[in-house]
Design a protein around this ligand. Structure first.
Ligand code: GDP
Ligand code: MG
Length: 370
């Protein structure tokens, strides 16, 4: 649907337009019944009046994905998507590099690793793990703020010789808020000063109870530097993944989330998309944020061109009309006309958001409702 006026929304809710105007006023937003409001504001109003929200983001409505749930029988196991978080200098980058080095296929042809914002590791058993290599809380929080919950498992890296630090604690609270299971990698265990037991006790104070202490959080002592116990960490990740029974239907039009996007000098706009369900193929028409395109090429984390990408696979997508933003939803649509229409609609919504007075930020609106 188009963005809606206060009166139209009132009609749909079977409420008086004037009452909605009053409610908006209470939220600190000046409006008349003819004012056009955005999706977020409309949702707030709906909640305020005690109606049930049929959760409709721009993307859902416009692409018609809403309600298109998959049959259980169509679901297939998919690799876990893992984010590494932790305090600065505790070894996030070192661990990501070390884990990448465990990949059993990296010796094969075309094995020049590319930084595309995520990579996959294949372990000896054939299981695959996807790591987001944009570590840090900003990426995680930013994505979540935009409604994209791309992470299945968080690995919290804590340097054994340093213990829990402010960013470790912040990571714990983000992870809890997201309801994502955590595994603790106690890093730098090669250092004489490493005190893993002390780390476990500190974790306990933050209600992260490791298995040794009767809880269900796995912890693994590792050294990213000496590359010790990386296999154990991968095992822990795969065990956690098994418990989560991660599945997706690969046999439907591809959908995913942008984890990185840039304007490449030679290749034009490039987005790294983490496929959430379905399969993206070369030649597919898609919408991503307020952009659209036809997949000209797909490039994996080894810089190899691939014909398709299924669930949990990160790929660079080439062939975009412009550069989207991290967190934007990517979705294959049926044809170019549809793609243009959706992209134009979204561009107009963005335009309006920029030009009209934003109705305060969401946080303050929510607290105003309490
Ligand atoms: P980040 O800020 O969390 O990404 O941490 P880095 O990966 O950049 O590591 C910070 C410093 O700790 C670097 O000097 C690393 O070489 C060092 N480091 C990382 N992992 C280990 C480890 O397992 N053992 C030791 N001794 N040093 C490590
Ligand atoms: Mg780093």
């Amino acid at each position: 649907p188009e963005a809606i006026t206060v009166q139209e929304l009132a009609n749909r809710m079977a409420e008086k337009g004037a009452d909605l105007v009053k409610a908006l006023f209470k939220m600190g937003s000046m409006a008349t019944i003819n004012t056009t409001i955005d999706q977020d504001t409309a949702e707030l109003l709906v909640t305020e009046f005690g109606h049930n929200i049929k959760r409709v983001s721009d993307s859902d409505v416009e692409i018609g994905l809403e309600g298109e749930a998959d049959n259980d029988t169509d679901l297939m196991p998919r690799p876990p998507v893992v984010t590494i978080m932790g305090h600065v200098d505790h070894g996030k980058t070192s661990l990501l590099d070390a884990l990448r080095g465990t990949d059993v296929v990296s010796g094969e042809a075309g094995g020049i690793t590319q930084h595309i914002g995520a990579y996959q590791v294949k372990v000896a058993t054939g299981d695959i793990v996807t790591f987001l290599d944009t570590p840090g809380h900003e990426a995680f929080t930013e994505m979540r703020g935009r409604g994209a919950n791309v992470t299945d498992i968080v690995v919290l890296v804590v340097a054994g010789d340093d213990g829990l630090k402010p960013q470790s604690i912040e990571a714990i609270s983000h992870t809890k808020a997201a309801g994502v299971p955590m595994i603790v990698a106690i890093n730098k265990s090669d250092k004489p000063g490493s005190k893993p037991q002390k780390v476990r006790e500190e974790l306990l104070q933050h209600e992260v109870v490791v298995e040794d202490m009767g809880g269900d959080v796995q912890d693994v002592e590792v050294s990213a530097l000496k590359k010790t116990n990386l296999d154990k960490l991968l095992d822990a990740i795969l065990l956690q993944a098994e418990l989560l029974e991660l599945k997706a239907n690969p046999n439907r039009p591809g959908e995913g989330t942008v984890i990185e996007a840039k304007l490449d000098k030679g290749r034009g706009p490039v987005a790294t998309v983490l496929v959430s369900r379905g399969t993206v193929r070369v030649g597919d028409i898609f919408v991503v944020g307020a952009e659209w395109g036809k997949v000209r090429a797909l490039v994996d984390d080894r810089g190899v061109q691939v014909k398709e990408a299924g669930p949990s696979k990160p790929v660079e997508v080439l062939g975009l009309s412009g550069t989207p933003m991290a967190g934007d939803v990517f979705a294959v649509v049926e044809n170019e006309a549809r793609a243009r229409e959706i992209a134009a609609y979204r561009a107009s919504v963005l335009q309006r958001k920029r030009t009209t007075q934003a109705p305060a930020n969401l946080e303050t609106m929510f607290s105003a409702l309490k």
